[in-house]
Design a protein around this ligand. Structure first.
Ligand code: PA5
Length: 501
């Protein structure tokens, strides 16, 4: 089915307070909890000026120390990668990503992607959003050369990692058979993240056991993605990887802004996604951000609305209400983007992803009648990929569904979205919509770039540096200290976790 591939839209009119002819309790509540258009009008010049600052940051060669870290590289990168590819094809950065991805795809049927935070969530969002829902369960023929993909190194879960090893050991027995070969993509910008490093060591040991410790195959099936310097690069070099075998994350792109670097693009290419369409979507959004006036600029509008709702209206819980199960991981990715970029100096909205209608049956009650600390953004998809599942006629009608026999799933979904928005409006609960014409690489590229740009603008409006995540360091240092203080047990003995340290 041909999917519409237009621009995504941000529709926020519903959360604006409207003048009412007469006083009613609802009019009063809406006036208290919806955004007054004058407030939005008042910030337009400021938001537009902030756009100027964000844009100027791209040119700064030596930013003053007070502005560090400054990592605006993600803004222009999509267009730069596309331009480079047009000029130099295989010899370009994008060409290298695609070449190494094709090599891995040809070599293996399963790929384990290791990484955490910004080195995990973008690729996960692309996998869940754009690959077949049951991709890993599909037979090789139906996957058409695209390997199964597993994510690890994104927690410290002994049993999950052991389960993955067990799966690989049981399904991959003969490394000479391509369908039984597996590979590893290890992603860490700093190269020093313990979760990723420990998982890499474990998976590498598995791989060495499977292919042979000196097998040349190891360099074909392991792809390191890391910053220009760091422990992971040093380790890989020491193991014989050349810079040609590795992909580099640019210094001027921060972890959670790195989905359109090799961090997201390489796994996407391995999954068989159209990476150029992703980049085109992102580049289109950057252009809209830089060139369009406020009234046609979804980035500026989204940043302004969220800034006002959080800072002035005290709607400190920002709900992303996702109306497609496949986009839940886009929500997880956005949770991290907001939390690490804006959650500083005792400020910043608390993001929360919900999937509808699933969570109407869990959080819906609270969103309808609980604390008035929320603004709800629906993420809605206009056109589905597959033909509608019809309700249909049945001989037995005890479920009373024959009245809807000519309706399909999209009709039910549409009724649910409208019904939920009406219910929230009737309770003066502010909601707005981000509308995707369809879920494609091009629209997801637009969406992710829009949310990254808007987060940077919102940070600047708040006076908060949206780059860097100094607060994450505390746990990391404590974890290392605790680990160093833990006595080594004699070989073969297992610690009883229940007894603590
Ligand atoms: O946004 C960020 O920078 C972080 O979330 C990092 O992506 C995360 O901590 C992983 O870091 P690294 O890629 O260095 O292993």
């Amino acid at each position: 089915m041909q999917l519409p591939d237009e621009n995504i839209e941000y529709q926020f009119q519903r959360l604006l307070a409207r003048p009412h002819d007469a006083w009613t309790p609802l009019a009063e509540l809406q006036s208290q909890h919806f955004l007054h258009p004058e407030k939005l009008d008042a910030v337009k010049p400021w938001v537009t000026a902030v756009r100027g600052r964000v844009s100027a940051d791209r040119e700064l060669q030596n930013p003053p120390a007070k502005d560090l870290p400054l990592q605006p590289g993600f803004i222009d990168l999509p267009q730069r990668l596309l331009d480079g590819f047009r000029r130099k094809q295989d010899a370009s950065d994008l060409g290298k990503i695609v070449r190494l991805a094709n090599r891995l795809k040809e070599n293996v049927d399963r790929v384990v992607v290791l990484g955490i935070g910004g080195s995990y969530l973008g690729a996960r969002a692309l996998f869940d959003g754009l690959c077949h829902t049951y991709h890993n369960e599909m037979p090789a023929k139906l996957r058409m050369g695209k390997p199964r993909v597993y994510f690890e190194g994104n927690a410290v879960d002994n049993d999950a990692l052991q389960d993955l090893s067990e799966l690989l050991e049981n399904t991959c027995v003969d490394p000479d058979i391509p369908e039984e070969r597996w590979g590893v993509v290890v992603i860490s910008k700093s190269g020093g993240t313990l979760e990723t490093a420990a998982a890499y060591r474990a998976m590498k040991a598995e791989a060495a056991k499977y292919y042979g410790p000196k097998s040349e195959m190891l360099k074909q099936v392991i792809v390191p993605i890391t910053g220009p310097k760091g422990k992971l690069r040093d380790l890989c070099r020491a193991e014989g990887f050349t810079d040609d075998d590795m992909l580099t994350i640019p210094d001027d792109v921060g972890g959670r802004y790195s989905v359109f670097t090799p961090v997201g693009l390489f796994p996407a290419a391995v999954m068989g996604l159209d990476v150029r369409a992703l980049l085109l979507g992102a580049a289109t959004m950057t252009k809209r951000f830089l060139e369009e006036p406020f009234d046609r600029n979804p980035v500026l509008q989204y940043a302004a609305v969220n800034y006002l709702m959080t800072e002035e209206m005290k709607k400190t819980t920002r709900v992303l209400s996702v109306w497609s199960k496949k986009l839940e991981a886009v929500g997880w990715w956005y949770d991290q983007l907001v939390s690490e970029s804006l959650g500083k100096h005792n400020r910043g909205a608390t993001p929360l992803t919900v999937v509808q209608t699933r969570d109407l049956h869990s959080r819906g009650q609270q969103h309808q009648e609980g604390m008035r600390d929320k603004v709800i953004h629906n993420l809605v998809v206009r056109q589905m990929k597959h033909p509608p599942v019809q309700v249909g006629m049945a001989d037995r009608n005890e479920d009373d569904l024959n009245q809807f026999s000519r309706k399909g799933y999209p009709d039910i979904l549409d009724a649910a979205v409208k019904g939920t928005n009406e219910a929230y409006a009737d309770a003066a609960r502010p909601t707005a919509d981000i509308v995707l014409p369809a879920v494609t690489e091009h629209t997801i590229g637009q969406l992710m770039q829009m949310l990254m740009l808007a987060t940077v603008v919102e940070g600047r409006l708040m006076g908060t540096n949206p780059y860097g995540q100094p607060g994450v360091e505390a746990y990391k240092q404590n974890m290392l200290r605790n680990l160093k203080a833990t006595p080594n047990l004699p070989k073969g003995e297992v610690r009883d976790a229940a007894k603590g340290m």
